[in-house]
Write a protein that binds this ligand. Structure first.
Ligand SMILES: [Fe+2]
Ligand SMILES: [Fe+2]
Length: 456
């Protein structure tokens, strides 16, 4: 279906159905005809994309971020109804049934009476069992510009951490978590992945927080989005990947804490309990109406491995989707280089070697190559030793040669702190054609007692 045309049709049918609700008594065939027509248009749309957001901004109506042409005031009634409730955003999600749509319209068109306001409407939708339609306001927060550079990236990263934590705790408590705020966090991260990938990737390499669970959620999401973007995945889908990645381990919120945080190896009986997080996660995510189905799929598949020798065992004969493949890589990559109670963090190059060892069994070989190019051998923020023995921090990656970053040299060859650190482009040659010193290895920050964040 032509997207612009279907936008117009959809919004006109929404207006017509809302109007019919206001004009005719319940059960009138005119209502049914209008709801059916709208339901068909929504179904067609939701077949192509997991959700549909209709926004009302002043006099503009926007369907999935594209404006809709208005003719002859057909939409004024709809706009007025929504303005009365202070609703400026209606979101529809895949799985929406005609009955649900009818119930939602009855509430929005005000046939049930009751107080106005989008909160009141939202809670009545919940009471009526409507799970695939949500209403709200377009908050200013979503478009709030962030300061550029590492400080801006830190703000977005830390706010995503808090969202991840709240989502996790709410889920652990058995309450329905707020998917919209998770989406908002993803939008923020996706924006920085687009605008300033090096800063955000640097944050995923730095250990600024003790809360492994939530940094892991955010790191896997950021890395997944960066890789997906580099692979040419379309922006909307990149965000779906990011959300799915953020949620990949959410099933662990059901794992007993003594097993989840156990230092040392799990016992024979404990292994199946931790493995259950893939099924728990998929079930949990599947039940959230505004969570894309992709999230449940990725949660279910992320330990299956490329050769499908992983778990859950019953699912082995399936093909993995691209998002699962990227998330699995990002998951192992992040877990290996992060401090865990039972293991010291590993420097990036060791992580790389371990990933390469598993090439073709755990991961798709071509994807692995691309992954390493994107994540970088020596991402910005990593500490490295050069062949002259000096130690520095990577400040820029070379666009083509991942082996030759720009380094700010901090320690001399004897390990003494320099009074005046200097920048070194390891890709440059001197007048005689000799190369600048080359990076030989990545090193752990603790090993040399430096805090990368203060050095950038
Ligand atoms: Fe996992
Ligand atoms: Fe994980």
């Amino acid at each position: 279906m032509n997207a612009t045309l279907s936008r117009d049709v959809l919004i006109r049918r929404l207006a017509a159905a809302t109007r019919a609700m206001g004009l005719y008594t319940r059960g009138h065939p005119h209502i049914d005809r209008n709801v059916s027509a709208l339901s068909d248009a929504c179904a067609a749309w939701l077949q192509e994309s997991p959700s549909l957001v209709i926004g009302f901004l002043d006099s503009e109506i926007v369907v999935d971020s594209a404006p809709v042409r208005q003719s002859g005031g057909t939409l004024t009634g709809l706009a007025r109804t929504l303005a009365r409730h202070n609703i400026d955003k209606i979101s529809l999600f895949r799985g929406l049934t005609k009955d649900e749509l009818r119930a939602a319209l009855e509430i929005i068109a005000g046939r049930n009476g009751g107080p106005d306001g989008h909160d009141a409407v939202a809670s009545r939708l919940g009471e009526a069992g409507v799970r695939h339609v949500t209403v709200g306001t377009i908050s200013l927060e979503e478009t709030e510009p962030q300061p550029p550079g590492i400080q801006g990236a830190i703000r977005v990263y830390d706010s995503a951490m808090r969202t991840a934590e709240t989502f996790w705790e709410t889920t652990r408590a058995g309450q329905p978590p707020d998917t919209q705020s998770a989406r908002k966090a993803i939008n923020g991260l996706a924006q920085v992945v687009t605008d300033d990938r090096p800063s955000l990737m640097a944050l995923t390499t730095l250990k600024r927080h003790d809360a492994y669970t939530f940094t892991h959620m955010v790191n896997v999401s950021v890395i997944t989005m960066a890789v997906a973007r580099a692979l040419g995945v379309e922006a909307g889908l990149v965000r779906e990947f990011g959300l799915a990645a953020l949620m990949h381990d959410i099933g662990k919120s059901q794992t007993p804490l003594e097993i989840l945080n156990k230092p040392g190896k799990l016992s024979h009986d404990e292994v199946p309990i931790i493995k259950r997080h893939v099924v728990d996660g998929a079930e949990l995510l599947w039940q959230l109406p505004d969570m894309p189905p992709l999230a449940a799929i990725v949660a279910f598949e992320h330990h299956l491995r490329q050769d499908r020798t992983g778990y859950p065992e019953a699912a082995r004969p399936r093909r993995l989707n691209l998002c699962t493949m990227i998330v699995s890589l990002a998951d192992v990559f992040d877990a290996l280089r992060t401090h865990r109670p039972y293991r010291q963090a590993l420097a990036t190059d060791r992580v790389r070697a371990m990933l390469a060892e598993q090439n073709g069994t755990a991961f798709h070989p071509t994807l692995l190559k691309r992954f390493i190019t994107v994540v970088g051998l020596f991402p910005v923020g990593s500490l490295v030793r050069l062949d002259t023995g000096v130690v520095g921090i990577v400040t820029h990656e070379h666009p083509e040669d991942v082996f030759r970053p720009q380094v700010k040299v901090i320690l001399d060859a004897g390990g003494h702190r320099l009074d005046e650190p200097y920048l070194l482009n390891t890709w440059e040659r001197d007048a005689d054609g000799a190369c600048a010193p080359a990076v030989t290895e990545a090193i752990d920050a603790e090993e040399v007692g430096l805090d990368p964040l203060t050095l950038l």
